[in-house]
Design a binder for this molecule. Structure first.
Ligand code: PGA
Ligand code: ZN
Length: 426
C-alpha cells in the first residue's frame, strides 16, 4: 500500500519549474517521476497548472500543483494498492473532477500516476518496461533523432520545428544510437564549414540560420552520405513542421520563408519534399484545426508516408477515435502529459493499434532526467520513439536507458527497424 507521497517543484531542461513526485510503499519500495512540459502545445491538451504569480519564476511556478499532490491527492491515495493503476488513475481523474484536469493540474496527476507505476514495478522487482508491458516486451523502438531544430524550439527563421533522422537500417538500438551520433557530428562539421553557428535548440539539434525545409533537408541528406550511410535505406528522414504553430486565418504563414500557402499549396509543398527527399514520416503536417487539410494530405500521401497526429489528437482517446473515424491520419504521437495519467495513455495506444495506426512515444521540448518514456516505448511495443537529438542529457538519458534495456533483454531484444514505420522491408 502507498504510505508516502511527496511532491516538489524542480526545474526542467529549459530552466522552468515542473513537478516531481516521490511515492513510497509499505514494503519500502520507491518510485519517482518528473513531469515534462511542451512549448508548441495542442489546444486540447490536459491543463498544465501554473501559479501565474509574477513574483516567482516569471509566473511559471507550480506550487499549486505541488500543493495538490501533497494535500488533496496524498489524502486520497494514501493506503491504496500501487498495483491498482487503473483504479488509482480513475480516482485521480474523479478527484480532479474536470474534463481537462484543470483543477488539480495534469502535471500534478501525471507525476503521481507515473511514480505509482514505478513504485509498483519496484515492489515486484521488475523493470518498468516489463511491469507495464509483459514478459514479451522486447521490441526496441526506432529513434527519431531531431538534429535540426526550428519553429518554437529555436530562435532561427526555420518555419518547420523539427528535422529528424531515423536509423531504420540499424541491427540494434545501440547501433542506431551510434549511427545517429556519427551523422550528428558530421552535420556539425558541415554546418560550421558553411559558416553556420552550431549552438543547439531545445531538443538538442542544431539551430542554424536556415529559412527553408529544402535547405535543412539538403544538409541532413549530405551529412548522412558523408558519414558513409545511404539515405532512404540506412536512415529515413522525419519532419515535424508543427503546422498548428503557423496556421493563421485558414492559411499556412511561413514567416521565415516569407510566403503564405493555402492548405492546398501547403500540401503540394509537403508532397514535393517527400518526392525530393527520403521523408518517410511527417508529424503534424497540417494544423489541428484544419481537418479538411488533413484529409487532403491523407489522400495525397497516406499510402507512402506515416502521417502522425500530435496536436490534433493530444494523446486523447476520444479525439483519436474521431480521427480514426474520419480517416485524417495513419499514426499518433503519444505524450504522457498531454492526457495526464498512465492508464489513459495506454488506452490511447491500444486504440491506435486496434485501428492499424502506428504509435510514436514522445518526449516534450521541456524535459528532465526522467526516462519513463523509454520504458513505455518498450512496454507498449510501439516500435518508435521521438526523444530529441544526440546532445543534451535530458534527451540522451532516454537513449541511454534504451541501451540498458536492450542489454538486459540480451538475445530476446529485437530492434523495430523499417517495419515500425510501415515501410517495406524488402
Ligand atoms: P512540444 O514540441 O513539446 O514543445 O509540444 C514537441 C512536438 O511538437 O512534438
Ligand atoms: Zn509535434
Amino acid at each position: 500500500a502507498i504510505t508516502r507521497i511527496t511532491g516538489r517543484e524542480i526545474i526542467d531542461s529549459r530552466g522552468n519549474p515542473t513537478v516531481e513526485v516521490d511515492i513510497a510503499l509499505e514494503d519500502g519500495s520507491f518510485g519517482r517521476a518528473a513531469v515534462p512540459s511542451g512549448a508548441s502545445t495542442g489546444e486540447r491538451e490536459a491543463v498544465e497548472l501554473r501559479d501565474g504569480d509574477p513574483a516567482r519564476f516569471h509566473g511559471k511556478g507550480v506550487r499549486r500543483a505541488v500543493d495538490a499532490v501533497n494535500g488533496e491527492i496524498a489524502a486520497a491515495v494514501r493506503g491504496r494498492e500501487a498495483e491498482d493503476q487503473g483504479g488509482l488513475d480513475t480516482a485521480l481523474i474523479g478527484l480532479d473532477g474536470t474534463a481537462d484536469k484543470a483543477r488539480l493540474g495534469a502535471n500534478a496527476l501525471l507525476g503521481v500516476s507515473l511514480a505509482v507505476a514505478k513504485a509498483a514495478a519496484a515492489a515486484h522487482r521488475l523493470p518498468l518496461y516489463r511491469y507495464v508491458g509483459s514478459v514479451d516486451a522486447a521490441l526496441l523502438p526506432v529513434p527519431m533523432m531531431n538534429i535540426i531544430n526550428g519553429g518554437a524550439h529555436a530562435d532561427n527563421p526555420l518555419d518547420f520545428q523539427e528535422f529528424m533522422i531515423a536509423p531504420v537500417g540499424a541491427a540494434s538500438f545501440a547501433e542506431a544510437v551510434r549511427m545517429g551520433s556519427e551523422v550528428f557530428h558530421t552535420l556539425r562539421r558541415d554546418l560550421r564549414a558553411a559558416g553556420h553557428h552550431t549552438g543547439v535548440g531545445d531538443e538538442g539539434g542544431f539551430a542554424p540560420e536556415l529559412r527553408t525545409a529544402d535547405e535543412a533537408l539538403e544538409f541532413v541528406v549530405a551529412a548522412i552520405e558523408r558519414t558513409g550511410y545511404r539515405p532512404g535505406s540506412d536512415f529515413t528522414l522525419v519532419m515535424d513542421p508543427a503546422s498548428s504553430e503557423f496556421y493563421r486565418d485558414g492559411e499556412y504563414d511561413y514567416t521565415g520563408e516569407g510566403v503564405r500557402r493555402t492548405p492546398e499549396q501547403h500540401v503540394d509543398h509537403l508532397a514535393g519534399l517527400v518526392a525530393r527527399y527520403p521523408v518517410a514520416s511527417i508529424e503534424d503536417p497540417m494544423a489541428e484545426d484544419d481537418l479538411d487539410g488533413w484529409r487532403l494530405l491523407m489522400a495525397r500521401l497516406g499510402d507512402r508516408c506515416q502521417l502522425t497526429g500530435d496536436d490534433v489528437f493530444c494523446t486523447n482517446e476520444a479525439l483519436l477515435r474521431d480521427g480514426i473515424r474520419d480517416g485524417i491520419a495513419n499514426s499518433v504521437l503519444v505524450k504522457v502529459n498531454q492526457i495526464g495519467t498512465l492508464t489513459e495513455t495506454l488506452a490511447t495506444v491500444a486504440t491506435a493499434h486496434r485501428a492499424g495506426y502506428t504509435v510514436v512515444m514522445s518526449h516534450r521540448s521541456g524535459e528532465t532526467e526522467d526516462t519513463t518514456i523509454a520504458d513505455l516505448a518498450v512496454a507498449t511495443g510501439c516500435g518508435q520513439i521521438k526523444t530529441g537529438s544526440l546532445s543534451r542529457s535530458d534527451r540522451t538519458a532516454k537513449y541511454n536507458q534504451l541501451i540498458r534495456i536492450e542489454e538486459e533483454l540480451g538475445d530476446r531484444a529485437r530492434y523495430a527497424g523499417r517495419r515500425a514505420l510501415g515501410l517495406r522491408t524488402d
